[in-house]
Design a protein around this ligand. Sequence first.
Ligand code: SF4
Length: 215
Amino acid sequence: MSKKYKKQTKKQSEKIVQILIDEYKDAKCGLDFTTPFSLVVALILAAQCTDKRVNEITPIFFKKFNTIESVKDASLEDVMNIVKPCGFYKNKAHAIIQSAKIICDDFNGKVPDTMEDLTKLCGIGRKSANIILQECFSKVEGIAVDTHVTRISRKIGFSNGNSQFKIESDLLKTFDKKYWDKLNHVLVLHGRAICIANRPKCDICPISNLCNKND
Ligand code: SF4
């Protein structure tokens, strides 16, 4: 029989996240970008791929396609050839070209700055839109929930939701707004360094005595 899920209180949750914020002082977006559109491209490429690999490919991509219009007019084959090392390259190349078309045709060539409009782009869901809003437009409206945030939120006891939407909703209810912009970054770093999928290093974890260690 599986153990009963143990949830944290709001006070304890904020105490835990403050410890992680102190631990990962330099936590920031791991993707390199210079413009909102370069972050759109990086986020599309980052699905099932490491930030390191994406950061190797985006400079090559923008050397060849240095405007949104040039991406819009690019052939699928040309884009696929460049983004191939990031995996799922046909879908990703298609999403990049389609997003460039939507930005040019519907948003006057500018990446939009609302959740509603960003999620109209191809390959950009709520998670990526939250990151674009925060990083490019200084708008913190939600919390980007990725695989690390999902796994660790469950482990610690922040949320036992089964969807990214439910987990984000639980996190938004639990945490004061001042924590929202930092939550994704610190949980991603914690997930890479300590709370690794299937082999968490609880013995050296700075929140080990507070974590509920749910299954
Ligand atoms: S104590 Fe273990 S399960 Fe909890 S956050 Fe740390 S590494 Fe993860």
